[in-house]
Design a protein around this ligand. Structure first.
Ligand code: DC
Length: 233
């Protein structure tokens, strides 16, 4: 699909299938895919393991600041995508557990954590030809992104998808717990003071409650052909 060298921001609620969609469009366009949520999840995993966030959710912000100073998180190319690593240790599955999902919203509401992740993302995004998914890519990280998509879907549809994905990884989960986690995260993500989840004015909404991934790809191809028409055709 012909397209100029641009940044594509894919934002939206949790479990709307942003990463599946963003990964697929990146593969179709031969763009680099960057999962900003994975960076927040990696910081959360580190905070849990170091006891910086207590089981009840209290955060030792001083210790967190200190730990971020030399926190070496990166994406490693796997050939057909990338995985998240902290130093030499790859943590792709550890960062997707319910234990991390439970604590990631309060951790990602801490301004110093947002600054840390934003800096990393801007560094990674300098090369353009990037699809980045998250909550505030089109509003805060790359407000000048040339194409912004905002994804949403019915919470119960999202909970079913998330539960299925977690069961597929062998986690024993209950649909009500997953739905509760999604609703809590929606609330915290859209009400936090630092960079809350909100649709950029110039973002295009994709509600995929009743769409297959192939239908979403068709929608995307149509959008690209309208926004970036090939000259002479
Ligand atoms: O997309 P995800 O569910 O893996 O994201 C995990 C959490 O990270 C999510 O609850 C909110 C936070 N997040 C954020 O605040 N800003 C982003 N750009 C991406 C994720």
């Amino acid at each position: 699909m012909p397209i100029p060298d641009i940044i594509i921001a894919v934002d939206g609620y949790s479990s709307t299938g942003k990463s599946t969609f963003a990964r697929k469009i990146a593969a179709e366009l031969s763009f680099l895919y960057l999962d900003s949520g994975a960076l927040y999840r990696a910081v959360t995993l580190m905070a849990i393991e170091k006891g910086i966030i207590s089981p009840s959710g209290e955060i030792d912000t001083k210790a967190l600041d200190k730990a971020l100073e030399d926190f070496d998180v990166r994406f490693e190319d796997t050939g057909d995508g990338s995985r998240t690593c902290i130093g030499p240790r790859c943590v792709e599955s550890e960062i997707r557990t319910l234990a991390v999902s439970d604590k990631v919203s309060p951790i990602s509401a801490v301004p110093q954590v947002r600054d840390f992740v934003d800096r990393k993302l801007r560094e990674f995004g300098r090369r353009k030809r990037v699809v980045m998914d998250g909550r505030d890519i089109g509003t805060t990280v790359f407000p000048d992104a040339e194409l912004k998509i905002f994804m949403t879907a019915d919470p119960l549809v999202r909970a079913r998808r998330r539960a299925e994905e977690m069961r597929g990884r062998g986690e024993n989960v209950n649909l009500d717990d997953v739905l509760k986690n999604i609703q809590e995260r929606d609330y915290i993500d859209s009400h936090r003071a630092a960079s809350p989840l909100s649709k950029a004015e110039d973002a295009i909404v994709l509600d995929n409650s009743e769409m297959t991934i192939e239908e979403q790809m068709e929608w995307f191809r149509q959008l690209v052909s309208e926004k970036f028409p090939v000259k002479g055709s």
